[in-house]
Design a protein around this ligand. Structure first.
Ligand code: F6P
Length: 363
């Protein structure tokens, strides 16, 4: 068998560990394995990679990388083959679904299968390639944990731990200065990172995209704390959180990509300042959440996912995504999960725990 592997979309701690596990598993079976550079750009834009867009991977290529953040293959969230841009001489841009051509190119290059490591966008592409006859196994990655069909994605645990460490640091400075500290965490339209890091970091207010917030409820919580002598507060805001009478904060709307969220904490900070005299500051953790070494849990999840992807192919399975269903790793059809987002269920135990502890969720 000749296998290709690529990492697409935003990076997440654990990508290198997935590649290592997949490569070693392939080599154990006597298969050849190749990495595509920068998502699928190495294949889609060969002119940009003279002789190097697709590289053979061996034991030495994946030695000593399990603990490293990022992806040594590189990644990209441009050049989506389901909406592929062509720039014309007059500067105009047109988009087309080229997945049939891409599947044919894989076959022409002699590849038997593709292991596609990525988030929702990559799984949608994987599903389309699979429709066109390419054998594909998806591996779910994202710090946001918002992919449907799997209990967890790798990268999430590391992001939550880092956010929690930051909240702990803000805790002491907030207490020293009697301040309200508002911390913004990534997560797009799902509040998993905010919820888990906020609870662990003992935030007083946690705002999620799943619960549009009422400013007066947030302020009442801060005032209640002040009344009982707690003269500082910690507020964790998911980047996708928004006031019930307002909208999600968007920093940028690229014509050919996903909107970039940002500004939720700054907005809330200004609103709190406008109606209280609390000394309020905001911090945006942003891409710091995506960097650094994967936690032990993410390393192991990544290694398990990488090995399971190759096991799937060895068992003749494809058109599936590996998924965590503790204690097992299972396979779910790509067609079933593509385009579906896993949001925080409002009746989940973690939300109930927050409410039981008196954490304000903005409603
Ligand atoms: O999906 C991962 C993620 O980090 C989101 O949490 C965030 O909204 C987005 O990617 C940021 O994307 P970019 O790196 O393209 O700005």
């Amino acid at each position: 068998m000749k296998i290709a592997i690529c990492t697409g979309g935003g990076d997440a701690p654990g990508l290198n560990a997935v590649i290592r596990a997949a490569v070693l598993s392939c080599l154990e079976l006597g298969w050849d394995v190749f990495g595509i550079r920068d998502g699928m750009r190495g294949l889609l834009r060969p002119e940009e990679y003279p002789n190097q867009g697709i590289i053979r991977l061996d034991r030495s290529s994946v030695r000593g990388i399990t603990h490293l953040g990022g992806t040594f293959l590189g990644t990209s969230n441009r050049d989506d083959p389901t909406h592929f841009p062509t720039i014309h001489p007059d500067g105009s841009v047109t988009y087309a679904d080229i997945t049939a051509d891409v599947a044919a190119t894989f076959a022409k290059l002699g590849f038997d299968a593709l292991i596609s490591v990525g988030g929702d966008g990559s799984m949608k592409i994987a599903s389309r390639l699979s429709d066109h006859g390419l054998k594909v196994v998806g591996v779910p990655k994202t710090i946001d944990n918002d992919l449907d069909g799997t209990v967890a994605t790798f990268g999430f645990d590391t992001a939550v731990q880092f956010a929690c460490d930051c909240i702990d640091r803000l805790h002491s400075t907030a207490a020293s200065h009697q301040r309200v500290m508002v911390v913004e965490v990534m997560g797009r339209y799902a509040g998993w990172i905010a919820l888990e890091s906020g609870l662990a970091g003992t935030a007083d207010v946690i705002l999620l995209p799943e619960i549009p917030y009422a400013l007066d409820k947030v302020v009442a919580k801060l005032q209640d704390r002040h009344k009982i002598g707690a003269r500082f507060s910690l507020v964790v805001v998911a980047e996708g959180a928004f006031p019930a009478d307002g909208q999600v904060s968007v920093k940028e709307r690229p014509v050919d990509g996903n909107e970039k969220l940002g500004g939720a904490a700054e907005k809330l900070c200004h609103s709190i300042r406008a109606i209280t005299d609390f000394d309020t500051r905001h911090v945006v953790l942003g891409h710091l959440l995506r960097g650094g070494a994967p936690s032990a849990q993410d390393r192991n999840l990544s290694l398990r996912f990488g090995a399971a992807a190759v096991r799937a192919l060895a068992e003749g399975r494809h058109g599936v995504m590996v998924a965590l269903a503790p204690p097992e790793v299972r396979y779910v059809p790509l067609s079933q999960i593509a385009g579906r987002m896993k949001k925080v269920p409002l009746d989940c135990d973690t939300v109930l725990t927050c409410r039981a502890l008196g954490v304000c969720l903005g409603d």
